[in-house]
Write a protein that binds this ligand. Structure first.
Ligand code: NAD
Length: 245
């Protein structure tokens, strides 16, 4: 029970990595506000967390919208009285080779994968600074270093790292840590949407010989959220079975 009694907010928790993170934090003792585009989509995650005996607040919101992003942080604090852990996991991709990428593809990914992280981190920072404690964990990607067809996604995910490191510097004196996790290749609906030959090519390059699971990422989030990680801030942790070193 590494986060017993803590209050966490996880975005993108309806499926995939976000769901894995929410369920792990619940198993480790946190009560949670969980966010996705619709509250109905969160039903399965709510059921798992309720079975584990956790209090859960499901919230439907588009976190790329500033008012809705501010709203979910406010709703979590109103429901539970405080917020200890923020995990920004909601994300999308709109891949295209650079010279064919449209403005719409660029804007959509920057909005959800970067601006939403800023909105939620800012809102949480106001609260966590006042309380003198807190954990911010942002899900970036191994693609932040550049990936063919992902100029928008790589730019957003690199931006998340700059944002996280700045938050770490600014918030360290206030007892708040901020870290980023870069998943490598994790089996979710996002990656299963790839053409099968691309899937096999990437999976075949993973030194550990298997594709990652949402639980692999959830385990690292649980550590960063725990008291054991109190002296860890501004770090970027790859969770990729050696895919990117
Ligand atoms: P996924 O598509 O399976 O799940 C993403 C979730 O985010 C969905 O439930 C979706 O509805 C939600 N979401 C999307 N836009 C939203 C918005 N505007 N507001 C609220 N919720 C929104 O994806 P995943 O593979 O689980 O990825 C989760 C995160 O991990 C993303 O940030 C992704 O970039 C990152 N990531 C994934 C991998 C991977 O291999 N799967 C690798 C590196 C990084």
């Amino acid at each position: 029970m590494r986060v017993a009694g803590k209050i966490a907010l996880v975005t993108g928790a309806a499926r995939g990595i976000g769901r894995g993170i929410a369920e792990k934090l619940g198993l480790e003792g946190a009560d949670l506000a969980i966010v996705d585009l619709s509250a109905e989509a969160l039903a399965d995650t709510v059921a798992t967390l309720a079975t584990a005996g956790r209090k859960v607040l499901p919230l439907g919101a588009d976190v790329g919208d500033r008012q809705q992003a501010d709203g979910v942080v406010a709703a979590a604090i109103e429901q539970f009285g405080r917020l200890d852990i923020l995990v920004n996991c909601a994300g999308i991709n709109r891949d295209a080779i650079l010279h064919r990428m449209t403005d719409e593809q660029w804007d959509a990914v920057i909005r959800v994968d970067l601006s939403a992280v800023f909105y939620l981190t800012r809102a949480a920072a106001v609260h966590m600074r006042q309380r003198g404690s807190g954990r911010i964990i942002n899900i970036s990607s191994a693609s932040w270093q550049g990936n063919v067809g992902q100029a928008n996604y790589a730019a957003a995910k690199a931006g998340v790292i700059g944002l996280t490191k700045t938050a770490a510097r600014e918030l360290a004196p206030k007892g708040v840590t901020a870290n980023a996790i870069c998943p490598g290749f994790i089996e979710t609906e996002m990656t299963r949407a790839m053409p099968p030959d691309a899937w096999e090519r990437i999976a075949g390059r993973i030194p550990m010989g298997r594709v990652g699971t949402p639980a692999d990422v959830g385990n690292v989030v649980a550590f960063l959220a725990s008291d054991e990680a109190a002296y860890v801030t501004g770090e970027v942790i790859n969770v990729g079975g050696g895919l990117v070193l």
